[in-house]
Design a protein around this ligand. Structure first.
Ligand code: PMP
Ligand code: GLN
Length: 383
């Protein structure tokens, strides 16, 4: 029987495609966001010890209590918020599963969910899979500032959810308190739920602060906040994250979570619980990544790119207008991979209309040697 695809418009993600092209061509892979340096040896030892101590069977469905308590303590330290570890935190198989579960838990068919582009690639397919409709607001380079009046103008009686990503991949921008206030006011006026993807919470530079929806009294009542240990502990392949939401929302989230994955890797949860409690495990991340950002910036500027400072995440956007103005973003990213040997991500992949703004995204979560090698290749652009 010929299969009529339920998702005829979905292909392989840009991250998988660019990483595959980098592997095939031997390019240095600054495309897909993942660190190329080691996970803390103590954390790996912790997983090993947990397995040897017999922590190898199902964890409780919402996650190990010790890990949820350690996360609550971290949220108190980083955002000054009180979170009930028992009723408000659920451990997930990465942020991707948490995002999908929250979306599936609240959207009914024909509901609308507002997403703000450039948008991370998993939001729209998760909305569409529920029979709901993504309504897109597009922000433009170089500032990517949200016009909340424009967002409010997109609200209809069918709107149920607004998805935000702060710190933002790929814009590398951060919400100010005024953004949270505006979001809260419009969510309250129209009785909307908020899904806030905060996986880059600790990767915030130049002395700025990440303001979580959890820190805002109004948003706290109506938001799911999503996090990832992949980002915080340099372990994207472990696929462990969590969702923080008030008890009523967490309870709906868990109804689905228990049937999607039931529970998440036990020995890793044991190790993460111990690791989180050791002082300084996440506090140094901003300075660590800021130094990498500043290092890569020198090479990108020398190669002829125009840059807008990256204020957060582990990505740097680069305008290539002075190098190959004739190419659109995908063509430029492919050309740079094949001809120069450095892979990046075209920012057009984060827009449904695929618009080209002459911008590509480089990931600087790399060892100095990797960044050196990439910069040496990029230097040829000027030669
Ligand atoms: N949200 C954003 C904005 C991301 O950049 C990523 C991955 N880099 C994720 C979610 C997914 O996180 P995870 O790998 O934990 O599923
Ligand atoms: N979030 C990663 C990025 O932005 C990619 C993760 C993935 O490949 N799905 O590069």
């Amino acid at each position: 029987m010929p299969l009529q695809s339920k998702f005829p418009d979905l292909g392989l993600t840009i991250f998988s495609r660019m990483s595959a092209l980098a592997a095939e061509t031997g390019a240095i892979n600054l495309s897909q966001g993942f660190p190329d340096f080691a996970v803390d040896a103590g954390l790996i030892d912790g997983v090993h010890a947990a397995m040897q101590a017999g922590h190898n069977q199902y964890a409780p469905m919402p996650g190990l209590p010790a890990l949820r308590q350690a996360i609550a303590a971290k949220l108190q330290a980083s955002q000054g918020v009180d979170v009930d570890a028992e009723r408000e935190i659920t451990i997930t198989a990465g942020a991707t599963q948490a995002l999908y579960t929250a979306i599936a838990a609240v959207l009914r068919s024909d509901d609308e969910a507002i997403i703000i582009e450039p948008a991370y690639d998993s939001y729209a397919p998760a909305i569409i899979a529920q029979g709901a409709l993504p309504v897109r607001i597009s922000l433009s380079a170089p500032d990517f500032t949200v016009d909340w009046a424009q967002v409010e103008a997109a609200v209809t009686p069918r709107t149920r959810l607004i998805i935000v990503n702060n710190p933002n991949n790929p814009a590398t921008s951060l919400f100010a308190q005024t953004d949270l206030d505006a979001l809260a006011a419009l969510a309250q006026r129209h009785d909307l739920l908020v899904l806030s993807d905060e996986v880059y919470e600790h990767l915030v530079f130049d002395g700025q602060r990440h303001l979580s929806v959890l820190s805002h009294p109004e948003l706290r009542q109506r938001s799911f906040a999503i996090y990832s240990f992949g980002k915080t502990f340099h372990a994207t392949g472990w696929k462990i994250g969590y969702c923080v939401a008030p008890p009523t929302l967490s309870s709906e989230f868990r109804k689905l979570h228990q049937y999607l994955v039931f529970s998440v890797s036990t020995p890793m949860q044991v190790a993460l619980a111990g690791h989180l409690q050791i002082a300084g495990r996440w506090q140094g991340l901003a300075a660590f990544y800021q130094a990498k950002r500043d290092y890569l910036i020198t090479g990108l500027l020398a190669a002829g790119f125009t840059l807008r400072p990256s204020t957060s995440t582990y990505f740097q956007l680069a305008d290539y207008s002075a190098i190959r103005p004739d190419l659109d973003e995908l063509a430029f990213a492919e050309w740079l991979t094949r001809e120069v040997g450095v892979a990046s991500i075209p920012v057009s992949a984060f827009y449904a209309d695929g618009r080209s703004q002459h911008l590509v995204r480089f990931c600087f979560a790399k060892r100095e040697a990797t960044l050196d090698a990439a910069m040496a290749r990029l230097a040829k652009l000027k030669a």
